[in-house]
Design a protein. Structure first.
Lengths: 250, 250
DNA sequence: GGGCCCGTTTCGCGTGAGAAAACATAGAAA
DNA sequence: TTTCTATGTTTTCTCACGCGAAACGGGCCC
C-alpha cells in the first residue's frame, strides 16, 4: 500500500468538509481562514467544484451541491441490499411505532443509510449518510458481530473506542464479550450507550456482497427496554430481518 | 467570471463519474482506458479518494463510497425545505396510491430529492439524486414556472430542449406558453412527455431561500389523466403543497 | 469621501500531477 | 511445470499547474 496522494484533490475535499463545518454555507475568505489556505486557491477550487455541481453558489455564499447526492445514491444502491431492505425497515417503523434504521459498514465506521420514523418515534438526530462509531450503538455492534475478530481488532486500532455516554463500552475485552453474545443470540442491545435516555434493539443482516449491514429499532429506554414491549419489538425486528434475507436470496 | 479550474480535482471527479458509467464498479486499468489517462494517475487519485471515503475498494474493484452520501445529505437538508416537505410527500403517496416526488432545481436541472411509493405505485426509475431536464417532466415545468423568464432562457441556452419521448416539448415558444398556463392555474401536467405511458400532476412550492422546489404525483397515463381521478389527485396534491408552505412559514 | 471587507485577478515560484515504462503478482493457457 | 497475459504497483522524469502573496475593484457603512 502506497500513500501516494493527489494534494489538489485533497484540498477540494477539505473545502467540502469545511463548508459542512461552517454550518453548510461559507464565503471564500471564510474558507481561506478556516483552512489556512490562500484565497486564490479556494477560489479556483470552488470554481471547479461548482461547475461540477458539487458546490452551489448564491450571493457569494457556497454550499454543498446536490450532485453529491447523486453520487451518494449510487453508493447507497450499490449491492441491491438497500433496495430490498428499506421497505421492510419502513414497515418495521410502522409496526413498532419507533425509529427504524438500516446501516452499512464502510471503512470501519457505520453509516445510516435509511431511517424511518414510526408514529411514536422521537425526533433524534439520525440522518441519512451520518457516520458513527460501530462500538457505540446497538446497530453498530450488530454489524461488528458479523465481522471476523481480526477485522474488529483492526477497526479498534484505527478508530479507538471513544465514549459517547457514560454507558458506552470503552473496553475492548467487554466489547468482544458482548459481540460473542450477539453472535449467539442474534440480537444486539444498546442501553443508552450512544445517546443518554435512548435504547435500541438491533439485528445483523446476512447479506451477499462485501458490505456488512444491520437493522435496528430505537426509542426511549423507558419504552424500549421494558420486558413486554421488548419482546414485541424483538419479534418485529426478527420478522423484518427474515423477510429481507429471504428476498435477498430470491 | 473566470474559468480558472483545478485540473487535478476535475480528474478526480471524472473518475467518480467513470465508475458510475462503468456500472458502479471498476478496476484501475479499466478506468485508465475509459478516461484515456495513465494508470499511475488513476492509481494516485483512487488512493486519495479512498482514504477520504469517497471511493471504496474490494478485491481491486473500486466503487463510490458512502462518504458521498454524507455530503449529499447536507445538500439535501440545506434549507430545511426537505425536512418539512418529505413527510407530506409520503402522505401524498399514501393518499394517491401513486408515486410522489419532491424536486429541487440546481444548475438548471431538476434533482429528485425525495420519492415515495404509494400502494399502487408503478416501479419506475426515480431514485434520489437523479438529475433530469426541467422541460421534459411535469414537476420540472412546475419549477420552471417559478423562475423569471430570463432565467428560463438561460437554462434553455445551456441545456437545450432535448426530447425524451415523442410528446416532449422541444419548442421554446410552446414551453413558454405552457409555463404561462402553469403560472395561472398553479398546476403542471406531464402527458407522457418524459416516459411513454406515464403522466404526472405537479405543483410548484413557494419556498423561502434560493432553491426552487416542486412536488408531483406520477402514474400510468390511463390512471392519472382520467377526469375523475385527476380531480382527486389534484386535491391531494394541493393539500400537500399547502401544508408544506404553511409549515415553512411557521 | 474614506475605510473596510469582500470576491477577483495577476504573477511568479516550486512542486507535484501526470505520462511512460519497468516491475510484481496471479491466474490462465500451453 | 513453464509461459503468457491480465492485472495492480512502483519508479523516474519533466513541464504544467497548484498555490501563495499581493495588488485590484466593487459594494457597504460610517
Amino acid at each position: 500500500m502506497s500513500d501516494d496522494r493527489v494534494r489538489a484533490t485533497e484540498t477540494s475535499i477539505r473545502i467540502l468538509e469545511a463548508i459542512v463545518e461552517l454550518d453548510g454555507e461559507a464565503g471564500i475568505t471564510e474558507l481561506a481562514g478556516h483552512l489556512s489556505v490562500a484565497k486564490s486557491t479556494i477560489f479556483k477550487h470552488l470554481n471547479t467544484l461548482e461547475s461540477n455541481g458539487l458546490v452551489v453558489e448564491t450571493d457569494d455564499r457556497y454550499r454543498i451541491g446536490l450532485r453529491a447526492l447523486e453520487f451518494g445514491g449510487y453508493a447507497q444502491r450499490y449491492d441491491g441490499v438497500y433496495d430490498t431492505a428499506y421497505p421492510e425497515v419502513r414497515q418495521l417503523a410502522e409496526d413498532s411505532g419507533e425509529l427504524a434504521n438500516l446501516m452499512f459498514e464502510e471503512g470501519g465506521k457505520g453509516v445510516y443509510v435509511y431511517t424511518a420514523e414510526g408514529p411514536k418515534a422521537v425526533d433524534i438526530n439520525t440522518q441519512t449518510g451520518r457516520r458513527v462509531y460501530l462500538h457505540a450503538t446497538g446497530i453498530g455492534k450488530a454489524i461488528l458481530s458479523t465481522l471476523p475478530d481480526e477485522r474488529i481488532e483492526e477497526i479498534i486500532d484505527t478508530h479507538g473506542l471513544p465514549a459517547a455516554t457514560d454507558h458506552t463500552i470503552t473496553d475492548s475485552g467487554r466489547l468482544f464479550d458482548e459481540i460473542e453474545q450477539i453472535r449467539r443470540e442474534g440480537i444486539a442491545y444498546d442501553r443508552e450507550e450512544s445517546v443518554e435516555g435512548m435504547a435500541c434493539l438491533a439485528r445483523p443482516l446476512s447479506v451477499p456482497g462485501p458490505r456488512p449491514a444491520a437493522i435496528s429499532v430505537t426509542g426511549p429506554a423507558s419504552r424500549v427496554m421494558t420486558g413486554e414491549t421488548e419482546q414485541q419489538l424483538r419479534t418485529y425486528l426478527d420478522q423484518a430481518g427474515n423477510v429481507i434475507e429471504l428476498n435477498l436470496k430470491g
